[in-house]
Design a protein around this ligand. Sequence first.
Ligand code: PEP
Length: 254
Amino acid sequence: MERAMGKERPRPLIAGNWKMNGRRADGLALARAVAAGAGNIGAELLVCPPATLLAPVGEALAGTAVALGAQDCHPAPSGAYTGDIAAPMLADLGCRYVILGHSERRAGHGESDALVRAKAEAALAAGLIAIVCLGETEAERDRGEAFAVAARQLAESLPEGAGGTNTVIAYEPVWAIGSGRTPTAGDIAALHGHLRAELAKRFADAARFRLLYGGSVKPGNAKEILAIADVDGALVGGASLKAEDFLAIAMACP
Ligand code: PEP
């Protein structure tokens, strides 16, 4: 179950999804505190503030070890799409990453695998790294469909140009997000192993994809989760809003 010693792994990524939280002062204070503590951390650190804070947080993070990411983008590069933000606009602001297909968007905004795939295609075309989220609901898990759902979302949400250097997968069981509940280490290992095997059917560089786990990752459970084979980092929601907790999770990376 544990990460094999000596086996070459991608550099872990610890990504903070701030969701719809923060005013300018809070966001700047949080970003500065994360950057101040990033010095001795081996994992790559990423914060994904709400769109309103991308510009000021990006300025605060310039020259630091912490990368900037967005929480969504539109599939089109520009046009008459009121309220939306295009991937090239995010790149222009200094974003390196964009989260796509988060379950809160799949459920709350009706985002299908096809739409997530179109968004990922747009993100890659803009030079961004797409973090494609997937994961089963509790009902799907109870019906024994977790592997099938994850495999379908993986197959249908990734565009042709995806690869280990421009795409990250975040496995986030919907029932674990914000709930304080997590799958067992064995369940996470099995699911991530399945995702890796599915990637290998389609991509020659399957081993280079970073597979993040997301769903109630906290300082108290990070060490166990991040030590699991095929877990190459974490997508962190609630705990990313406290710099101390976010950094403690990052420091738990093996
Ligand atoms: C998330 O929303 O991506 C997430 C993992 O949230 P939390 O860590 O709060 O469960």
